[in-house]
Design a protein around this ligand. Structure first.
Ligand code: MSP
Length: 559
């Protein structure tokens, strides 16, 4: 199609394109084809408001946001429902409030607000922020409890074992250890202190779901990503009998929570309460649940796989509801190669990071370094700086070089080529390599995102930008030594690289990508993956602007 530069109005161009370009017409008319898909439902874990948010929380949010935004540009007519929020009940919050000498509700109000602010600051495009202290959530949890009770899946029993307040988790003898350095025993897996509990509580017949869960994970390869978690879970389900799960605590021990329906002497176990939030988020128990449920992707940290892969599915199976399509379990961020912890004093503050480097630089770093999800990664200001420089230079400086006055003057002085004419010139050398990588980019990004390989999707985009920067330096269109026609080819190709990579970068660095697409004059309707094919979109009047907040891009390249 026509590659339009300095166009006074768009409508005539579209009209003329329509008559000559069947591909574009197809794009315009099929844009609504996905309207029949189930809405895309994505969730983050809900965060404990017992302390200020840290980098790990932002990582869950950014990861989910990348998929939410990618879905919006891949299927522009599909509704995206994106839940996040705060997990406000339980012993951990009760204790944190007591330690501060305030009511739990006061603590939750203050800290929940910080998580909401974190999402806003980081440009997280969530559509619902839910607090488990809301009345609509209590109604949903009570409904689940009653449904399971009606099926005789809840009974009153006793529990003798270990409990960690910090993990809000029950542990057996074999899951704890006595360290010489610690007065209390600790969980082997998390290192958190545990205490002995012997009490009567309500139990959920988790054991009766063992076979069905095993069958589900064996036959659904996409149910958990990365697959190592699924393989481990299958092994556990084969090797160890599932115990029934305690789902209440005596009221005198836990006051801050939802009372068990019909038995005020017990409070619901916080995970039973919290896991139901994903249902509350789609309006459960009202009759419309069918349309949004189940979640397409649930982003969680590796430490909470068991809760999401065993307890929640068992609850759903019990209620006859479909299970989530995919649990995406990310690894953790460490600091100085150690677990982040307040006592070590190595907790990275996400607000500080965004204030210092800018939101997109932090998002870019998280996706580029943490986008493989498999191994823990170390949070490092030096690495953040390095990656922020990488994207500022490859995208921001590249854009500034292209929009420099020297190039603009040289390009205007030769007969204007259309992009189609440019494509006809069968480019070779570095320009040919750039064009061929650019042609493959859309497919490559889509393929990676389909496989949850966020890091690889970003790699593919960076590779194209790197090649394009190299080709631009090679042609040096700003230099009088480069023939004017070569300058124009280089200019048009670079604009197309910016347009296509700008579209693909929207999920990762939304603000800089929007600045770029605005500056290129790319119409809003052409900012989706369909238009990320070479030659399948237009640019308008190009304006040189700064793309990233924070540090300035510095134009380089001999101008
Ligand atoms: N409230 C529970 C989740 C209930 S979901 C129904 C919870 N909250 S949390 O605040 O402790 O953790 C929320 C998320 O942050 C989890 O996915 C956890 O894995 C993630 N992270 C916490 N520390 C982290 C790092 N250091 N690095 C990366 N993510 C980590 O668990």
């Amino acid at each position: 199609m026509l590659f339009c530069r300095k166009i006074p109005t768009r409508t005539p161009i579209y009209n003329s394109c329509r008559s000559r370009l069947p591909a574009l017409c197809r794009f315009l008319s099929t844009a609504t084809d996905t309207s029949t898909s189930k809405p895309f439902y994505i969730t983050t874990p809900i965060f404990y408001p017992n302390a200020a948010p840290h980098i790990g929380h932002l990582y869950s949010l950014v990861t989910a946001d990348i998929f939410a935004r990618f879905t919006r540009i891949s299927e522009p007519d599909r509704l995206v429902h994106f839940l996040t929020g705060t997990d406000e009940h339980g012993l951990k919050i009760q204790k944190a409030a007591k330690d501060r000498g305030i009511e739990p509700s006061v603590l939750c109000d203050a800290l929940s607000e910080q998580f909401r602010r974190l999402g806003n600051r980081a440009n997280i495009s969530s559509t619902v922020f839910l607090r488990t202290t809301e009345a609509r959530h209590r109604e949903a949890v009570e409904h689940v409890w009653r449904t399971l009770t009606a099926q005789d899946l809840i009974y009153k029993g006793t529990y003798s074992g270990w409990y960690s307040i910090s993990d809000e988790c029950f542990y057996t003898d074999s899951q704890i250890t006595h360290l010489p350095s610690s007065l209390t025993p600790v969980s082997i897996e998390t290192g958190s202190a545990v205490e002995w509990s012997s009490e009567s509580n309500y139990k959920f017949r988790l054991s009766s779901f063992q076979e069905r869960l095993l069958d589900y994970y064996t036959t659904n390869p996409k149910s958990i990503y990365p697959s190592a978690h699924r393989e481990r879970l299958i092994q556990t389900l084969k090797d160890e009998p599932l115990d029934d799960l305690s789902i209440s605590r005596p009221r005198e021990r836990l006051t801050w929570g939802i009372p068990v329906p019909g038995d005020m002497s017990h409070t619901m176990y916080v995970w039973f309460d919290a896991l139901t939030v994903y249902l509350t988020g789609v309006g459960f128990p009202a009759e419309q649940q069918g349309s949004l449920w189940p979640p397409n992707i649930q982003v969680i940290g590796k430490d909470i796989v068991r809760f999401h892969a065993l307890y929640l599915p068992a609850m759903l199976l019990a209620m006859g509801m479909p299970l989530s399509h995919t649990l995406l379990a990310h690894a953790h961020w460490t600091a100085q190669q150690r677990k982040m912890s307040k006592s070590i004093g190595n907790v990275a503050d996400p607000f500080d990071a965004m204030d210092t480097w800018g939101v997109d630089a932090v998002r870019f770093y998280m996706a580029r370094v943490g986008g493989r999800f498999r191994d823990d990664v170390d949070w490092s200001p030096e690495q953040l700086e390095k990656h922020a420089d990488e994207i500022r230079s490859l995208l921001g400086n590249f854009f500034l070089r292209i929009t420099s006055r020297t190039i603009q003057k040289r390009v205007v002085s030769v007969p204007q080529l259309t992009f189609v004419q440019l494509l006809d010139q069968s480019l070779n050398g570095p320009n040919g390599d750039v064009l061929s990588s650019l042609r493959n980019l859309k497919g490559r990004v889509e393929q990676c995102m389909e496989k949850f390989e966020v890091g690889d999707a970003l790699d593919a985009i960076i590779l194209v930008l790197r090649e394009a920067n190299g080709a631009l330096t090679h042609t040096a269109p700003w230099s009088i030594q480069s023939p004017p026609e070569a300058a124009q080819v280089s200019y048009l190709l670079s604009l197309e690289v910016l347009r296509v990579t700008g579209i693909c970068l929207q999920p990762f660095i939304p603000e800089a990508a929007r600045n770029l697409l605005d500056a290129l004059g790319v119409p809003k309707a052409e900012r989706n993956m369909d238009a990320a094919a070479v030659g399948k979109g237009s640019v308008g009047e190009v304006k040189g602007v700064k793309l990233f907040e924070g540090k300035r891009e510095i134009a380089s390249g001999g101008q």
